[in-house]
Design a protein around this ligand. Structure first.
Ligand code: ADP
Ligand code: MG
Length: 619
């Protein structure tokens, strides 16, 4: 039996199209808020009843809609935002497809009221399918109100897919959060079942913006976030990113906007993930609110009906820019203070050069490894951390790359130290006093006491060194007089095969002998004293856990990170004072040495005044 072709009714066409943008009440809220934002309003009120299933009302004080255009606004493909094809290549508004009001009114009852001036006289229209909508006058302040009732009343099949009221409302809440984080200068109120949930005043200053962020994302985030603002060529990346010491087990605190449009972009996500890759555990996720500003003609926003996805004309440039900016910002981060509630954070002081630290060391270190060294403790004009090597970022022509400020208050270290003491400046991380339970180093520096987690610090130093070595492809190796034979499972053998070249680059020489035996003939010199057999089993098991789809450079970092962790000084080993001091000096000149490869802090400062406060001194 053949069926005949017939043209669908406009109502059905709209209902089918609505499927693409109206998934649930939150989708409607998104479209209506975006319309208000496009109408350059200063304030948006959102009232929700019953999770938005029963009613959604969004009111703005924007420029409004002319009486003559009210009915047209409800039509499909009717928009004031673009006129021709050339407009499409440089979209500056959030909407432009002219579909939202038509789609919403095809699956719910929609009232639209608006006024374009301050006369309080407006017009309203009710979208009544099939029938020509009638205009009637109404009292209305300048701006627009859209009132949506009974979602999916005429499409029962879709109504069944709606979740409980509370779930639908939480989607709306997330959405309002996302939109209000990207439009700080707009005030928002959100009510649910007549209860006020949020009242966000317009936030014009950075302090006010951070207050809004705290309201929406919690103090834990703002306390552990830094503000960045970086530019290169036509790109700017700014916003707030969490320090590696604050991470989450899900990606719920990740907000990314391209030209103020919220997007969920895989490319961007990957760039961010890679930037944090060196400083976070694999199953942890960073938190961020980031804004990418890019020339509108370099991004295609018409890639998705709900416009959550975008396409960049130069994918690679955007990817590298985001990744390198974040890597640079994270390279210069500081761990939190020991007694967080009591004192603000100290910026991490750093030695200026390797030579400076080395010469200081020569003066103080004695050969008697076990004996406590008595050190004069001068205060040096320890400065603002000098930016470490910016090699990675500098590959691209970054014009201005600067970690502008931290949300946390910081204390400036006194720029004019007392006269009598500047002959022997103390290095930033001070000198070792002792080892605590063989796990921590206690060291004395100018501000007070330093505590170092030996394993974490050593792991980072090794990792950074290995990375440098592998980049310069000049690994010091050691040929084993007696080759070691390894018995590998088939899975292990397969991973080794996959990473064979990389192991080679790191200084290993291995040869497969038969199905399950591999011979190790040469190892990197850094590793010589440890149990190579167990070591390789552990590294292979680490590598097995990571995804198999990474690029070459990422794989090598996985391998190096695992090698570093597996070979770092284990806690519980007794260290001599010179060894401890050497570790402190190494930390001072190592990039990212504030966190281990998994994001744990490597050291903490306890200042004298904090210690005084612990003992209630000077009260
Ligand atoms: P789009 O936003 O893609 O243009 P919509 O269906 O959302 O499509 O809206 C259609 C038109 O109605 C818009 O182009 C705009 O001119 C007008 N409009 C809708 N909402 C508002 C509003 N809140 N304020 C002013 N004009 C609006
Ligand atoms: Mg719109």
């Amino acid at each position: 039996m053949t069926s005949r072709i017939q043209r669908l009714t406009p109502q059905l066409v709209n209902q089918i199209a609505a499927g693409e943008i109206i998934e649930r009440p939150a989708s409607i809220v998104k479209e209506l808020i975006e319309n208000g934002l496009d109408a350059t309003c200063q304030h948006i009120d959102i009232d929700i009843d019953n999770g938005g299933i029963q009613r959604i009302r969004v009111r703005d004080n924007g420029h409004g809609i002319d009486k003559e255009d009210l009915v047209l606004a409800l039509d499909r493909h009717a928009t004031s935002k673009i006129c021709d094809l050339s407009d499409l290549s440089q979209i500056k508004t959030l909407g432009f497809r002219g579909e939202a009001l038509a789609s919403i009114s095809s699956v719910a009852r929609l009232y639209l009221a608006s006024s374009t001036d301050t006369s309080n006289q407006g017009w309203q229209v009710f979208a009544d399918h099939g029938n020509k909508p009638e205009l009637s006058p109404v009292f209305h302040l300048q701006g627009t109100t859209v009132d949506v009732h009974d979602l999916f009343y005429n499409t029962p099949a879709r109504r069944k897919f709606l979740k409980k009221e509370q779930t639908e409302f939480s989607h709306i809440e997330t959405l309002v959060k996302r939109l209000s984080l990207s439009h700080f200068s707009i005030g928002f109120t959100l009510q649910h079942n007549k209860r006020l949930m949020y009242q966000l005043d317009p936030a014009h200053t950075k302090i006010a913006q951070e207050k809004r962020i705290t309201t929406l994302c919690g103090t834990a985030f703002t306390e552990k976030a830094i503000y960045i603002d970086m530019e290169a060529l036509d790109l700017r990346l700014w916003g707030w990113i969490s320090l590696p010491t604050f991470s989450r087990n899900q990606t719920d605190l990740q907000y990314f906007y391209v030209n103020s449009r919220m997007v969920k972009d895989r490319l961007i996500n990957h760039a961010v993930k890679q930037a944090y890759h060196d400083v976070l555990y694999h199953d942890r996720h960073p938190a961020f609110i980031l804004f990418l500003d890019i020339a509108p003609e370099l991004v295609d926003v018409n890639a998705h009906p709900a416009k959550y996805e975008v396409r960049f004309r130069e994918n690679r440039t955007v990817y590298d820019f985001v990744r390198q900016c974040l890597e640079k910002a994270l390279t210069n981060t500081t761990p939190a203070p020991v007694v967080a509630e009591l004192v603000p954070l100290f910026d991490r002081p750093q030695a200026n050069t390797k030579e400076q630290t080395a010469s200081i060391m020569e003066e103080y270190i004695t050969d008697d490894s076990r004996q406590q060294v008595v050190l004069p403790l001068p205060v040096s004009p320890i400065g603002i951390p000098s930016p470490l090597s910016t090699a990675t970022v500098a590959e691209k022509p970054i014009i201005h790359a600067d970690c502008v400020s931290s949300i946390q208050p910081t204390i400036a270290i006194t720029p004019n130290p007392p006269k009598q003491i500047d002959q022997h400046p103390t290095p930033p991380l001070g000198f070792a006093l002792a080892q605590l339970h063989n796990i921590y180093i206690l060291a004395q520096n100018a501000p007070g006491l330093i505590l170092v987690d030996i394993h974490a610090a050593h792991e980072r130093i090794l990792y950074e060194r290995l990375k440098q070595v592998s980049e310069n492809s000049a690994v010091a190796t050691q040929v084993l007089l007696i080759p070691i034979s390894l018995h590998l499972s088939s899975k292990e053998a397969q991973i080794l095969e996959e990473y064979h070249v990389l192991f080679g680059q790191c200084g290993f020489e291995m040869e497969k002998l038969g199905l399950d035996t591999t011979i190790v003939r040469q190892i990197p010199a850094l590793l010589s004293p440890i149990d190579i057999q167990q070591f390789i089993h552990n590294v292979l098991s680490d590598l097995n856990k990571y995804e198999g789809t990474q690029r070459f450079s990422e794989k090598i970092n996985e391998l190096l990170s695992s090698i570093a962790c597996r070979s770092a000084l284990r806690a519980k080993r007794i260290m001599t004072l010179p060894e401890m001091n050497q570790l402190l000096r190494d930390m001072e000149i190592t990039e990212r040495s504030n966190q281990c490869n998994h994001g744990r802090p490597t050291w903490r400062q306890l200042t004298l005044s904090e210690i005084d406060r612990l003992f209630l001194r000077g009260r």
